[in-house]
Design a protein around this ligand. Structure first.
Ligand code: SF4
Ligand code: SF4
Ligand code: SF4
Length: 307
C-alpha cells in the first residue's frame, strides 16, 4: 500500500491543487506509490457524511497532508485541526498557507471595516452583511503554523510543481525534503552593474528597458532600472529554464514566494534593498502592498483598531 495523502483547501483559490496536477506525467508514477485518500477539489466529499448524518468531520487518517490556503474563518480552523489530528506530516502548500498570501491583505483592515466596505460597495441594492448560515470570520487571516504545528513549508503562488513532486518523492523514500533557501535574485541572470541613476521607484506602466529578442543576460536588472522588483526579498523557487518566471517575461518580481527567511519582513527588507540601490524608499506609493503575499504572522495590521 502507498503513502496515504490527504489534500485539503482552506482560504484557497485552488491554484495550489492545479500545481499538484501540473506535476504532469510524473504524477502517474507517483500515484503508484501515493494513495490520495481525500482530495475534495477532485473528488466529491461531504464533511459530515453523504447526507449530513454524521456529527464529526469525516477526514481519513493519512501519512501526509497537503493543505493549501490560509485560515480565515471557524470552518477553516476546524478542518485544519481535524487534518492535523489525522496525519503524521503536515505540509503547508502555497504562500497562502505559509505566509497568508493574497487573502491576508485583509489584515490591514479591521473585520468591521472590511465587511462594511465590501457590502456597501456591492452592485446589488439593499445588500446586507450576511450573519446566518455562514462560517464565522476570525479576527484576521492566519498562516497555518499560527494555528497548528506545520512540518514543512512549500511556498509559491502557486508553488512549483517540481517541488511538490520532489517533496512527495523524498517522503516516500524516507528522506528529508530540501527546497531552495536563497532569494529570487540568486536565480536571475540579468545584467547587474551596481546602483543605477534612478532615485525614485518607477511605476511599471511601460516596458522595462530591453531590446526585444536579446537574452536576459543583456537586460539590466529591473531594480537597477528603478522598478520595484522584489527579487532580493523573495524566496527562490519559481525559476524554470534558468530564470525566475516574471523576469523571463521582463516583468518585476511581485514577491509571490514570500520572504527568503521564514520570518523575514518583505516590506522592511525591500526598503533596505531600495536604499542599497540608491532609490529613495519614500517614493513607494503604497508601502503595505509589499506585504501582499506575507501579511500573516502579524506583519499586516489595521491602522486603527476595532472598538
Ligand atoms: S498560494 Fe496562490 S495559488 Fe495557492 S491558494 Fe493561495 S492564491 Fe491560490
Ligand atoms: S532585482 Fe529583479 S531583475 Fe534584479 S537581479 Fe533581482 S530578480 Fe533579477
Ligand atoms: S518572479 Fe517573483 S512574483 Fe514572479 S513567480 Fe517568481 S517569485 Fe513569484
Amino acid at each position: 500500500m502507498g503513502v496515504k495523502v490527504v489534500s485539503e483547501w482552506l482560504h484557497s483559490c485552488s491554484g495550489c491543487e492545479i500545481a499538484i496536477l501540473n506535476i504532469g506525467e510524473e504524477l502517474l508514477d507517483l500515484l503508484e506509490r501515493v494513495e490520495l485518500v481525500h482530495i475534495p477539489v477532485l473528488m466529491d466529499k461531504k464533511y459530515f457524511g453523504q447526507t449530513g448524518q454524521e456529527n464529526d468531520l469525516d477526514i481519513p487518517e493519512a501519512d501526509v497532508a497537503l493543505v493549501s490556503g490560509g485560515v480565515a474563518n471557524d470552518e477553516h480552523l476546524e478542518v485544519l485541526e481535524k487534518v492535523r489530528s489525522r496525519c503524521n506530516f503536515l505540509i503547508a502548500l502555497g504562500t497562502c498557507a505559509t505566509h497568508g498570501g493574497i487573502p491576508s491583505l485583509l489584515n490591514q483592515w479591521t473585520k468591521k471595516e472590511a465587511m462594511e466596505t465590501i457590502y456597501s460597495t456591492s452592485t446589488t441594492d439593499d445588500c446586507e452583511i450576511p450573519s446566518e448560515g455562514i462560517p464565522k470570520m476570525l479576527d484576521r487571516v492566519y498562516a497555518l503554523d499560527e494555528q497548528v504545528k506545520v512540518d514543512l513549508m512549500v511556498p509559491g503562488c502557486p508553488p512549483n510543481s517540481e517541488h511538490i513532486a520532489s517533496v512527495l518523492k523524498a517522503l516516500i523514500s524516507g528522506k528529508s525534503p530540501t527546497l531552495p533557501d536563497k532569494s529570487v535574485c540568486s536565480t536571475c541572470p540579468t545584467l547587474r552593474k551596481g546602483k543605477g541613476d534612478v532615485k525614485g521607484v518607477k511605476r511599471f506602466l511601460e516596458n522595462a528597458n530591453f531590446t526585444p529578442g536579446e537574452p536576459l543576460e543583456r537586460m539590466r536588472c529591473l531594480l537597477e532600472q528603478g522598478y520595484m522588483c522584489m527579487g532580493p526579498v523573495t524566496a527562490a523557487g519559481c525559476a524554470v529554464s534558468g530564470a525566475p518566471k516574471c523576469i523571463s517575461a521582463r516583468v518585476p518580481c511581485r514577491g509571490c514566494y514570500g520572504p527568503v527567511r521564514f520570518n523575514g519582513n518583505q516590506l522592511l527588507d525591500m526598503m533596505n534593498a531600495l536604499a542599497s540601490n540608491g532609490i529613495d524608499w519614500r517614493s513607494i506609493e503604497d508601502k503595505r502592498s509589499l506585504l501582499r503575499f506575507s501579511g500573516a504572522h502579524g506583519f499586516l495590521r489595521p491602522l486603527k483598531h476595532e472598538k
